[in-house]
Write a protein that binds this ligand. Structure first.
Ligand SMILES: [Zn+2]
Length: 285
């Protein structure tokens, strides 16, 4: 599938929250520890997965935001389709609206309610309903669809991608010398992709990664702006550069790659530099 049917339901809201977490991970430290701590980061080192590390991260955050929403949901946050006929309530919870927009089958709150033995609707029931909802396939389908939209927006933001990859590399760095990590590597046979100091080995970059990065960066060096399309000059070679270098515990992930020309790439050679924040505008002023 190469097209995303963008619904733009809360897409910017989730993108904004995720940007906040990436920029200030300490505000979210507990949850990050549960993903990356205790060598958990080693679950993300497999090179160039199409469901990139950012996809996984976005989905994790959306999932926890959904949970947060239901754990403190008020009836007043729901759409009342009974038009205040309290004897025959018909409440639609916020998440159901998203399910409906995406056309994903799900258990509705009222279906759940009618099947339950409860007599009086209380707000704690939303939490019970949510517990059941997460067990169904549609729940993760919606997170995936929403996550795809958020990824589409965030993938353009190289500065954020750098900060995101720095979080991963700081956790990978911590694995060096950790007994637990050593065991994890053995158990999961990760030796072929890791060096002994826990830096990731260089692998060839798949063509789908190159194309994604080439199109995002509009076929030009992100540092000096040189056109690398190759239409007019055979000298301009494109180089796919790790934003956080492998020798600084960078990852082989589509979110950690940017386009550089040969000269800018050789100047960078293994050093980290702030990601380029210049973008060619849509049209000239
Ligand atoms: Zn350049």
């Amino acid at each position: 599938m190469s097209y995303i049917d963008m619904k733009y339901i809360s897409t910017y809201y989730y993108a904004n929250v995720i940007q906040g977490v990436i920029e200030d991970p300490s505000s979210y430290l507990m949850n990050l520890e549960s993903i990356f701590g205790d060598s958990g980061v080693l679950n993300y080192i497999e090179p160039f997965k199409k469901r990139s590390n950012l996809h996984a991260f976005i989905e994790f955050i959306i999932d926890s935001l959904f949970w947060e929403q239901y754990s403190k949901l008020k009836i007043s946050n729901c759409i009342d389709r009974s038009h205040f006929d309290f004897d025959n309530p018909r409440y639609i919870t916020p998440l159901e609206h998203i399910f409906e927009e995406y056309g994903v089958d799900h258990l509705s709150f009222m279906e759940w309610w009618n099947d339950s033995e409860e007599d009086i609707l209380e707000e704690r029931h939303f939490e019970d309903y949510y517990q059941e909802l997460v067990l169904l396939e549609g729940y993760y389908k919606v997170i995936e669809l929403l996550g795809e939209e958020v990824f589409y927006i965030l993938f353009l933001n190289r500065k954020l991608l750098q900060e995101f990859n720095e979080i991963f590399s700081s956790y990978l760095n911590m694995c060096d010398g950790d007994d637990f990590a050593m065991e994890f590597v053995k158990e999961n046979s990760l030796e072929p992709i890791l060096k002994t100091d826990y830096k990731l080995k260089r692998v060839s970059i798949p063509s789908w990664v190159k194309r994604a990065v080439y199109f995002r960066d509009r076929g030009a060096c992100t540092k000096c702006g040189k056109d690398l399309s190759g239409y007019l000059s055979l000298e301009n070679q494109e180089n796919y550069d790790h934003i956080v270098p492998l020798n600084l515990y960078g990852f082989n992930d589509v979110t950690n790659i940017q386009l550089l020309c040969k000269e800018c790439n050789s100047k960078k050679s293994g050093y980290q530099r702030a990601a380029e924040t210049k973008y060619q505008s849509w049209y000239k002023k």
